[in-house]
Design a protein around this ligand. Sequence first.
Ligand SMILES: Cc1cc2nc3c(=O)[nH]c(=O)nc-3n(C[C@H](O)[C@H](O)[C@H](O)COP(=O)(O)OP(=O)(O)OC[C@H]3O[C@@H](n4cnc5c(N)ncnc54)[C@H](O)[C@@H]3O)c2cc1C
Length: 311
Amino acid sequence: MGGQRPEIARNDLTALFQSSIPSEQIKWNHKLLSVSRTPGVSSGRFKLSFLVGEGEETEEVADILIGADGAWSKTRLLLTNTKPHFSTVSCITLTIPHVSSHPALAAMIGQGSFYASGEKKAVIAQRESLDSARIYAMLSSFDETYLTTSGLEQAAKDPQEIKKMLLGSEGLFSSWGEGIKDLLTAGCDAGTEFEVTAKPLYMLPVGFQWEHVDGVTIIGDAAHLMTPFAGEGVNCGMLDALELSRCLVDGFANGVEVVDGKLRAFEQNMWQRMTGVAQETWDNLEVIFAEDAPDGFVKVMESHGPRPEEY
Ligand SMILES: Cc1cc2nc3c(=O)[nH]c(=O)nc-3n(C[C@H](O)[C@H](O)[C@H](O)COP(=O)(O)OP(=O)(O)OC[C@H]3O[C@@H](n4cnc5c(N)ncnc54)[C@H](O)[C@@H]3O)c2cc1C
């Protein structure tokens, strides 16, 4: 794709955080079970219940609560009844651990992402850290239970079974190009080493907002879960974190009573910024799985700049 879009692998990002946050401020192995408001309590407006490891439960209180707890956010339940809905696309994820040992596949993927789509299906490949590549086999269907009813969910537990369902004589991708089949083959063959997953993709409504609740907000997928078809989820989550941190630093510098106003302003700004991204993501999903695919998506890509071979 054109332009210089910075990418960072999840492990590198985690290492970066750990190198700058005092270790005692990070509580590993704490699963948030529920969050509730504690009216009338002098300190701590929110009560958080955690499961620690496999065993005990513990509680914490907080004046300001920031939920960065992903698609199925528990924090979001304080703000809205809206839940993510099925996007119409289901995704089988494969991994090629050492992609440079497959030079033809490495060249096909390039340094960024590779997309192929048609027949309401898509194969997307993406470079990851440590010389690996992720391969996504995407399938469009209005049936949220498609992966279960088709047997793909069960097959994903056995690399040879999923390979048969994707590439066997009646396989979902058996009539696709050799390069794409090689990508899927390499991913299935590594399935004994790297887990193959089969999951429906969910999303929040485009333009999703909520009534502000004092002292709490959500960021990242918790606030704007999208499908990956614009590749913007992480970028947007990181920008949320940056903008919110500025609001909080500014708010606390001017007295805790102004923090709520800053949170409101942050949310307004995030909603405005996210509506276009969420719409673009949905539009991309529609063209990738359209009857005439990949023509529409080729046009979308061309609108971003020249084809790679024209650089
Ligand atoms: C198949 C696929 C491909 C994608 N590809 C891209 C891409 O190429 N580029 C891109 O920008 N985005 C991509 N995305 C989207 C991207 O993964 C998300 O937007 C991003 O991970 C959101 O970050 P987040 O921190 O908000 O949520 P998450 O990454 O989901 O992190 C949430 C964190 O909260 C923790 N958590 C959740 N619930 C609890 C709980 N109850 N207690 C304690 N902890 C909890 C989780 O363990 C996790 O660590 C893709 C998504 C999918 C599904």
